[in-house]
Design a protein around this ligand. Structure first.
Ligand SMILES: *Cc1c(COP(=O)(O)O)cnc(C)c1O
Length: 398
């Protein structure tokens, strides 16, 4: 028999969390989440302002520190992730920069997987050294390489899995165990797996970061990012940093992303189902040398994918041998767009070595196996038949 006591939202199904989680209705009783486009907040009395600033009253002060629409987004995403705390940011890169530098100081050392989103690698390679932080890049799947890279001052492991663009995977649980032994923190960029298919915090990571620009919006509209972890760590490492440096999420973007979260589970599951079918179809084509898709048994780390992820995701990579063949493929596409974005409702194809990974040296690209024949496909929500025919025609032309 159902009782009428309020349920803890943490006991809700994922679908319910995504629609109802974090909802704060105003006294007006609006159906959709309210968009609080306001910079600051007012107080009934001078004493109330005093109490708010003293932290005795938890209300809002200024939208750089916190905003009700952004808070709804943060609470909904935290509920989905199973995290105690979440902070929204202006972009995914603001989230990565915050996540990494908030945990470090001059003299610290970072170990990172070498297959990373280009700008993440730039932060560690080009920016962090200015502040006396050094990074060592390792072959992500090689656990011994993580162990061997550790120095007495190693404070952080940073990894992306599956990694951009060739969908190489790192064992989050094993790498987190190594980090725990040496007292280092683990930050996982979980964009490719999405919060639907992979839960780094449950596998031992300390912090998860997202570009909400990708699947969380998923409809090509706004930029956003998020950092999630325990309340204690998020407060200690990030609260004052956000307050005083202002990488804050816009309330408007938070509102769009709240609506994105409502359909995230539906979209990611459909995109992943279509991606699995297309990966098989692409693999069967004579022009294709290699296909990488975490859900296929020929992925080099398929066993890890099965253990660590509950779905294959919406991204596929495949090798057509040469840049000329990859360009012929891209230029013959009619339905699928050529774009550097991913996670969108519209299917998009990218040539990583001349676009997203252009800033890397040839040598760095070769280190991660990225030769000029590789194409990355982000599968959207169109009909699988239409996509399959478009891709087949383009592969014939490759
Ligand atoms: C897009 C992306 C980012 C950066 O996010 P932005 O919202 O573009 O700033 C970081 N990591 C990964 C894996 C990404 O795909």
């Amino acid at each position: 028999m159902a009782d009428d006591s309020a349920e803890d939202p943490r006991s809700w199904d994922v679908a319910t969390r995504l629609v109802r989680g974090g909802l704060m209705r105003s006294e007006i009783g609006e159906t959709a989440e309210a968009l609080y486009l306001t910079q600051s907040f007012v107080y009934d009395t001078a004493e109330a302002a005093d109490a708010r600033f003293a932290g005795q009253d938890p209300g809002f002060i200024y939208s750089r520190y916190g905003n009700p629409t952004v808070a709804m987004f943060e609470n909904r995403l935290a509920l989905l992730e199973g995290a105690e705390a979440c902070r929204g940011t202006a972009s995914g890169m603001a989230a990565v920069h915050l996540a990494v530098t908030g945990l470090l100081r001059a003299g610290d050392h970072v170990v990172a997987g070498k297959a990373l989103f280009g700008s993440c690698r730039w932060i560690l390679n080009n920016w962090a050294p200015r502040f006396g932080i050094e990074a060592t890049f390792v072959d992500g799947p090689d656990l011994d390489a993580w162990r061997k890279a550790v120095r007495p001052n190693t404070k952080l492991f940073f990894l992306e899995t599956p990694a951009n663009p060739l969908l190489e995977m790192c064992d989050i649980a094993a790498i987190s165990a190594i980090a725990r032994e040496i007292g280092a923190k683990v930050v996982v960029d979980n964009v490719f797996a999405t919060p639907i298919y992979q839960k780094p915090l449950q596998l031992g990571a300390d912090i998860v970061v997202y570009s909400a620009t990708k699947h969380i919006d998923g409809q090509g509209r706004v930029m956003g990012g998020a950092v999630l972890g325990s309340q204690a760590l998020v407060d200690e490492a990030y609260r004052d940093f956000i307050r005083h440096t202002g990488p804050s999420m816009s309330p408007f973007n938070a509102w769009v992303l709240l609506k994105g979260l409502e359909t995230l589970d539906l979209r990611v599951r459909r995109q992943s189902e279509t991606a699995a079918a297309l990966a098989d179809r692409i693999a069967a084509h004579a022009k294709v040398k290699t296909v990488r898709y975490p859900g296929r048994t020929d992925h080099p780390q398929h066993e890890l994918a099965k253990r660590q992820m509950t779905g294959g995701g919406s991204l596929i990579a495949f090798d057509l041998g040469t840049q000329a063949a990859a360009f012929r493929f891209l230029n013959r596409l009619q339905l699928v767009d050529i774009s550097n974005n991913l996670g969108d409702a519209k299917t998009m194809a990218t040539h990583p070595s001349t676009t997203t990974h252009r800033a890397m040296t040839e040598e760095q690209r070769l280190e991660i196996g990225l030769t000029a024949g590789w194409v990355r496909l982000s599968v959207g929500l169109e009909g699988v038949g239409d996509l399959g025919r478009d891709i087949d025609r383009a592969l014939d032309a490759a």
